[in-house]
Design a protein around this ligand. Structure first.
Ligand code: FE2
Length: 319
């Protein structure tokens, strides 16, 4: 990845020049920023493959820039190397807490810096490939909706609702990310269902229902080869399960259905009820909750999760 772009943020002109010579000699494109604020601007403009940040900079410190990079979904996988000439042990711990991927002390050892850059760029190219594959899957999932005007926006809404509900329930960021991906991809298996079934205006016959139910398994086949999707597969496979075991495809019961799947269960049905479909008008949130509570009584959905979702919708937090 010798043609990679590296953002160097350092207010020390001498350090800038040393790094410029070193990195351009290796074929890297170098973008400079003289303070933390400028570093964030360059980041937006030049989409670098790696950042080298001095910790001690005016306006916004390297530590603050690193925190911003690592807390933004779009840049969190961007490798960051922090540099400092100050009390290294103390700074090192703070830098890693801020999320940096590597840490070097000034004066810089060129061989050490170049080795670290190379290794982080190798990892970056692998995560980029994985991200590209995920983007393809997300795009495919949205093409299903393009075929059917009634389900337009369904996957994105389910993802948004599931993320909000997961956060409200106090789930950790990793679980919330699984909910986001699961929300977008839960119906991706519909790619394998014939349009005549998918877009049928009237009720489906028994054969067509059999075909339709297979979208959960087809979705797992589509996403199952991507290792990064491992944690999302239960949502794709089991989002039509019910707690009483009457769902599909596995007829799972209570303890076998995870909280993440239960969350998607609830928001998926809520969105279907409050959206217009070929066979029905969009129901009001009140009517949707009446139906969902009846289904909780029947033993289908999780009481506490539905309660939390209803509170959020009533407080106009979402939905
Ligand atoms: Fe589905």
């Amino acid at each position: 990845m010798a043609c990679a772009t590296i953002l160097v943020a350092d207010d020390d002109r001498n350090a800038q020049q040393t790094l410029e010579t070193l990195l351009t000699e290796q074929g890297y494109t170098v973008v400079f920023a003289a303070n933390g604020h400028e570093a964030l601007e360059r980041l937006q403009e030049s989409h670098p493959d790696l950042c080298v940040l001095d910790i001690d900079m005016p306006r916004l410190s390297g530590m603050d820039v690193c925190r911003k990079i690592k807390s933004n979904n779009e840049t969190k996988l961007l490798p960051v190397i922090m540099l400092t000439g100050l009390s290294p042990d103390h700074e090192k711990q703070r830098a890693f807490e801020a999320g940096c991927d590597d840490f070097l002390t000034k004066p810089l050892q060129p061989v050490e810096l170049l080795t670290r850059i190379k290794s982080l760029l190798r990892i970056k190219s692998l995560t980029d490939a994985l991200e590209d594959a995920e983007v393809v899957l997300f795009t495919l999932a949205r093409t299903i909706e393009a075929k059917d005007r009634y389900t337009m926006g369904h996957a994105d809404r389910v993802a948004r609702y599931a993320v909000a509900l997961g956060r409200n329930l106090g789930l950790d960021p990793n679980s919330v990310e699984i909910l986001r991906k699961g929300g977008i991809l839960h119906d991706i298996g519909k790619l394998g269902i014939p349009d005549a079934v998918l877009q049928k205006e009237g009720p489906l016959d028994a054969n067509e229902w059999d075909m339709m139910r297979k979208h959960t398994l087809i979705g797992c086949e589509i996403c199952g080869r991507l290792k990064g999707m491992k944690d999302v597969l239960p949502i794709i496979r089991n989002h039509h399960e019910r707690l009483d075991g009457t769902g599909y495809p596995d007829g799972l019961k209570k303890g076998d259905i995870s909280d993440l799947v239960r969350i998607v269960n609830v928001v998926d049905i809520y969105d279907a009820l409050t959206s217009r479909r070929s066979y029905k008008e969009a129901f009001s949130p009140e009517k949707a909750f009446r139906i969902l509570w009846e289904e909780v009584e029947r033993g289908w959905w999780d009481h506490d999760i539905l309660k939390a979702w209803e509170n959020m919708v009533h407080k106009h937090q979402i939905g």
